[in-house]
Design a protein around this ligand. Structure first.
Ligand code: SF4
Length: 492
C-alpha cells in the first residue's frame, strides 16, 4: 500500500476529500512560470540552509524504503551529527525532515521555509513540522526540539548564508499541535486508502477548491462564493439551508450592504448595474487632464537580486504609462524596462518616470495603493532630494480606478473580483489578454527574475523583452478603456 506523505495528510486535515485526491495522484494542471520559479527558489533556500550545519550528511535516495534505510544507518553512525533530508516511516505514514541533529536527549528536527520569519503563515508551518515530529516519534525516536528555519529580513546580497536565516524554536507549539493531528492520524488511512472517494460536505472551505465540480457537480460561477467579503459564518448559514446560488439568497440578507445588493441585482437582472451615478459623474468630472494611466511591474524574491535590497523587498523594474492630454482619447505611450536586468536600474526608472509623467495632473492606476507605495519607496531610496520631492508630489496625483468600479459598478462577469483581469473582459469586449505570452503579473515578475539571473539563452532575450513590454502596455491601455466605459456608464 502506498505510504501517506505529509502533503496528503495535511490536505486531509483541511478536507478528507482533498486528502483522498492528493493521495490518489489526481494530477494538477501544468505548473505556471511563477510556481516553477518558487519551487526552484525553495530548493535553493533549502540547500543554503544546510550550510548552517557544516559536516551534515545528505540522504540522497529518493525511493522511500532506501531513504529510510540510509537514514537509520546514519542515525546509528556515531561520527554523524546532522542528517539532511532524513526519512522516517511508521505503519502508514512517511515523513522527510529537512534536517535532524543528534542532541543529548533526542533529535532536534528542523523545517526550512523560504518565507520571512515575520510571515503570517507560521501556524501552517508549525503544523507541517508537527506532522514530521509525529511520524519520527511514532517510528521509535525521541524528539527533543523542533525549529523552523526562516528567511531573515536583515539579509543583504553578498552576506554569508548564516545571515540569510532566522531560526525559531517552536517545540512547545509543535507539541500542542501534535495532539490535534494524532486524532486525524487514526482516521486518515481508512479514508485516504479507500478505493471509493469519500463524500464531501459543502462548506466555506470549498469556495476556492479546484474539486468543486468533481465533488458536487456545481460551478462556482454566480454562487455565494462570489459574494465579496460575505464571510465564513454567513456563507455556511446559507449552505446549510441549501442555498448555493446568489439568485436564491433572500434580498433581506443583503439589504444592509449596497455592494452585495449590487452584485445580487446584476446577477438576477443579467446586466451591468451602476449605482450612485451622480457621485460617479462628480468623481469623473473632477479628474484633471492630462491624465496618466500608470502600471508598475515589480519583482520580489527570497534571495535579493540586487545589493541593499532585503529578501522579498518589492523592486519596480518596469512601468507603462499612457497619457491622455485632453478628452478625445488621443494617447501617448511611454514605457520603461530595465535594460540590463542583472543590475539595479531603479534610479534610472525613477528619473524617467518623473520625466514621462511631468505634465500629468492626474495619475490613474488600478488598485492605486500599490502604485502609491512603489512611488514612495522610490522617493525614499535615493539621496536626491529634488527627485524625492517630485516623486512624492506625483504620489498625490493617484486615483484608483478599482475603487471607482467597486463603489459604483458590478457586471455579472466580474465573478466576485474587481481585478483588472476580470473587469476588462466584462466591460470592454474588444480588448483581451487572450493569446498573450505573459498572462499575469506573477508570471511576469518571475520571467524578469529569470532574466536577472541569466536563466535564458541570450538569443531569446529580445523576444522576452517584447512580450514583457506588450503585457504591461495592455494593463494601462485596459485602464484607458475602462475609464472610457465608466464615463459611458455614468452618463447613460
Ligand atoms: S470541494 Fe469541498 S469537499 Fe470537495 S475536495 Fe474541495 S474542499 Fe473538499
Amino acid at each position: 500500500m502506498k505510504m501517506i506523505n505529509k502533503y496528503s495528510f495535511l490536505e486531509f486535515e483541511k478536507c478528507p476529500v482533498r486528502g483522498w485526491f492528493a493521495h490518489n495522484s489526481f494530477q494538477k494542471s501544468e505548473l505556471s512560470i511563477a510556481e516553477k520559479f518558487r519551487i526552484r527558489q525553495g530548493i535553493e533556500i533549502g540547500k543554503r540552509a544546510r550550510n548552517l550545519f557544516p559536516g551534515g550528511i545528505l540522504v540522497e535516495a529518493m525511493e522511500p524504503n532506501e531513504a529510510v534505510r540510509d537514514t537509520s544507518l546514519l542515525l546509528n553512525n556515531q561520527s554523524v551529527e546532522t542528517i539532511f533530508e532524513p526519512a522516517f516511516f511508521d505503519d502508514n505514514f512517511i515523513a522527510r525532515a529537512d534536517m535532524v541533529r543528534k542532541a543529548q536527549n533526542g533529535l532536534e528536527v528542523y523545517e526550512v521555509k523560504s518565507s520571512l520569519s515575520t510571515t503570517s503563515r507560521i501556524r501552517d508551518y508549525i503544523k507541517d513540522l508537527a506532522y514530521t515530529v509525529m511520524v519520527i516519534e511514532d517510528s521509535g525516536y525521541r524528539v527533543s526540539d523542533a525549529k523552523l528555519i526562516l528567511v531573515s529580513k536583515d539579509y543583504r546580497k553578498g552576506d554569508e548564508d548564516s545571515k540569510l536565516f532566522d531560526t525559531v524554536d517552536v517545540f512547545n507549539k509543535v507539541c500542542e499541535q501534535k495532539s490535534d493531528l494524532y486524532l486525524k492520524k487514526t482516521t486518515a488511512p481508512g479514508v485516504i486508502n479507500s478505493s471509493k472517494r469519500p463524500d464531501g460536505k459543502l462548506s466555506y472551505t470549498c469556495r476556492n477548491c479546484e474539486y468543486l465540480s468533481s465533488c458536487f457537480n456545481l460551478k462556482r460561477e454566480f454562487s455565494i462564493f462570489e459574494l465579496p467579503r460575505f464571510g465564513k459564518k454567513k456563507t455556511e448559514l446559507h449552505l446549510n439551508e441549501g442555498i448555493f446560488y446568489i439568485k436564491d439568497v433572500s434580498i433581506d440578507d443583503l439589504k444592509n450592504d449596497p455592494k452585495l445588493l449590487r452584485v445580487y441585482r446584476a446577477i438576477t437582472d443579467g446586466k451591468t448595474i451602476v449605482d450612485g451615478r451622480d457621485l460617479l459623474c462628480e468623481k469623473l468630472t473632477s479628474l484633471q487632464y492630462p491624465i496618466g494611466y500608470l502600471d508598475f511591474e515589480t519583482v520580489s524574491t527570497a534571495i535579493p537580486l540586487y545589493n541593499n535590497i532585503a529578501p522579498y523587498e518589492r523592486i519596480p523594474y518596469q512601468y507603462s504609462l499612457h497619457v491622455l492630454k485632453k478628452p478625445g482619447w488621443i494617447l501617448e505611450h511611454k514605457e520603461f524596462l530595465f535594460s540590463n536586468p542583472s543590475s539595479d536600474e531603479t534610479y534610472e526608472l525613477a528619473k524617467q518616470l518623473v520625466k514621462d509623467a511631468k505634465e500629468c495632473k492626474t495619475l490613474m492606476a488600478h488598485h492605486a495603493s500599490t502604485e502609491k507605495s512603489i512611488i514612495l519607496w522610490l522617493a525614499d531610496r535615493f539621496s536626491n532630494p529634488e527627485l524625492s520631492n517630485q516623486l512624492k508630489a506625483m504620489s498625490d496625483l493617484l486615483v484608483d480606478s478599482q475603487s471607482l468600479i467597486e463603489n459604483h459598478v458590478y457586471h455579472p462577469e466580474f465573478h466576485g473580483s474587481f481585478s483588472i483581469k476580470k473587469v476588462l473582459p466584462a466591460l470592454v469586449k474588444e480588448l483581451s489578454y487572450e493569446g498573450m505570452h505573459i498572462h499575469n503579473g506573477d508570471d511576469a515578475q518571475y520571467i524578469f527574475a529569470n532574466m536577472a539571473l541569466d536563466n535564458y539563452p541570450p538569443g531569446e532575450m529580445a523576444e522576452i523583452r517584447k512580450d514583457m513590454l506588450e503585457y504591461c502596455k495592455l494593463d494601462t491601455l485596459a485602464m484607458v478603456e475602462i475609464h472610457k466605459k465608466l464615463i459611458e456608464l455614468a452618463w447613460n
